[in-house]
Structures are given as structure tokens and as C-alpha cells.
Design a protein. Sequence first.
Length: 438
Amino acid sequence: MPKSEWFAIPKGYNAPQQVHITQGDYDGKAVIVSWVTPEEPGPSEVFYGKKEKQYDQKAEGTTTNYTFYDYKSGYIHHCLVDGLEYNTKYYYKIGSGDSAREFWFETPPAIDPDASYTFGIIGDLGQTFNSLSTLQHYEKTGGQTVLFVGDLSYADRYEHDDGIRWDSWGRLVERSTAYQPWIWNSGNHEIEYRPDLGETSTFKPYLHRYMTPYLASKSSSPMWYAVRRASAHIIVLSSYSPFVKYTPQWWWLKNEFKRVDREKTPWLIVLMHSPMYNSNEAHYMEGESMRAAFEKWFVKYKVDLVFAGHVHAYERSYRISNVNYNITSGNRYPVPDKSAPVYITVGDGGNQEGLASRFNDPQPDYSAFREASYGHSILQLENRTHAVYRWNRNDDGNNVPADTVVFHNQYWTSRTRRRRLKKNHFHLEKLEDLISLF
Ligand SMILES: [Fe+2]
């Protein structure tokens, strides 16, 4: 069991630990507060209010627990705090007596096309020195909410300590997760299909510990869902749940794209774990089946950005698509496409599997920037037309962004730009033309 202060168990009998919050509704007026009590269930209550130490409101949650092989979890609490006001700082308290603990969070601005907001993007975090470094660097950026692209604790890598490592990861990330929402997505390390241990129910620890507001977006599973926050519509997809045509995830996404209103939320962002475009030797082509299922919609609905993890390196694409690919005729390679998203892989949070340092050579034309270093990304939505994006590598600290791009909104800027374009512009393939797409 890790003994470092970064994983410390809070003082006091049965003190709440592993505190984390996530958005609790579709539009950002609710949070779900989650925590674990180790010894006994204790109260599942959140006391909260707008003034420090003055908790004039109370919400009641539920308690669950689970077993995994020979591990028995603590008591896991989930409490929906709703009816909140936008743009407001709330203080909250959980636990009782000497063991009570206090935190705070800030609600986002109301849904508005010009609401500015800053997201952090973190993936494949784990619980190493590099994981801590990523968290410390992220904290200096002013990020208000984390979009997490899967592979949380890597507990499954610690053969006989799975549950204990889930607990220690929860304590490590609490420094951020207790104070701002993390929008959760799962990765392959959350599957935990272990028939050899008698554990055949997939995603068991993840689903018990990390809640998502999936019902608010009419999803039938916590594994895929959507939230709207400030000027962004964020769609979370599960790489390891069925997604081919006619599956529940496929139906849900088809309908969710129809609910996107770019007049209200101009920024359309998709999260997944396994990247659709990846020129690293690690996990090469693993996202191809989801690309075949969903890329057409990404282009049709002009998704702005697709963030993924999984590959332990950083890569950003140009706007390209391969929607004309078919097995008998037509293009069989990605081409520049102004309606296509930019694909970004940020699987470099810092887990103990190490970096994926072998990229395919030469770098394909669609790949704009790639590097095997630990880090995280920041997406600063300025208004309906512009966003400033940067990737920070841990080695440089937060003052030296290693990759910086200004993104123009796919909906609002294309409305004026489209008139100027000739049809055949989309078939240019030279690198200079790719670059000009920005
Ligand atoms: Fe992964």
C-alpha cells in the first residue's frame, strides 16, 4: 500500500475520503458529490451553502459497496446536490463530528454561446510520480473542469491490490476532484473482466465508485452520456461498450447529435478512450472500428474536437476525414476536410506503464504534432468563435506550452467561410493545404 503523504488517509474515525464531484445534470446546475467511509456507512449527507461554514442546505445521498475477489470496499456515498445557481461558489461539508471535512466548488456560467470557460483534459493518469506531476501542473492553469478520457487508477495492474489501489488513487486525486467536477470516461483499465478471479461483471469497481449523470441525457448506461457546460456540449463515448449499428450506444448517439444546439452551445466536443487517428505504434488502429461507426456523424455535425487517451503520448491531427473509405472503390485514406474535427490524443497523464515512444515513420500527413512526453491539455473557450488550446508537457511546467493552437468554431466560423470555398478544395492533399485549413 502506498505510504506517501499524497495518498494519506484523513484523520479521524471513519473520516470521508476519496472525495470527488462531477456534473449532476444536463446543464450544470447540479453536482454529484461522492466519497468513501472506511469503517461504517455513517451519514450520506452533504451540507452546503454559499458562505463558508454556513451550511444552510442539506442533500441526502445513497450508499453502496462491492466486493472484488478478496477485497471488500468501504462505504461509497453518492449524493446529488441540485437546484444550484450558476456562477456561484458553494461550500460543502461531509462526515460528522471531529471527522467532518469541508470543501468548495464553483458552478459554471449559464448555458450561453459566448460563455467563456476553461477545461483541462487529462488521460491515463494512474498513481505514479508522473501522475502527481500532471496534477500539480494542471492545478496552476486555471482549469475549471476536467474532461477525463479514461484509464483512471490502473488498479488492475497491481495484481493483488486492486481495491486498495482504487482507494489510494481516489485519495491522490482528491486535491482536484473534491473542488471541481471531473467529467468521467472509462478506459480499458476499467473493464476488469477477471474470470480467473471469479469477477465477470465488467467495469465493476469503476461503476460503483464513479457516477455519471447519464439519465439527464436520456442514456440507458452510465458508460455513455452527455453534458452541457457554459458554451460546450460534451459527448462521452465508451470505447469498450457495444457501439456498432443498432446497439444502445449507437442509438443514443444518433439522437444526442440531434439534440445539439450550436446556437446555445457552439462548442461540440467528444471524449473517448481509444483514438480514431493515431500514428503511434502503440494501440495502432484500435480505434478503427469506432471510426467506421461514428466518423460520418462527426463530420455531418461538425464536431469541433475529439479527445482520446489510451496511447501514452501526445498527438494532434489536422482536420481530416476518411468518410469516403469503402472496401471496393473511392478514397482509402484520410483527406483534408473542413467539416471534420481535430483529433487529439492526451494519454500521457503519467501511469506506470511508461511512455509510448515509438511513432510510425514517416509522420503521416494528417498528424500535425506528436511527442511522447507526460502532460495534460487546456482548452480555453473564449466565445462562440474562438478557443485557445495548449498542451503542456510536465517537464516544462505550465509556463511553456509545447503545442498551442487557436481553434475556430466549426459551426459559427463555417457559416461565413463556406461561401468562399470551392467544392474541390476538400480534395487537396498537400501538407501546405492541410496547414491552411487552420
Ligand atoms: Fe488505455
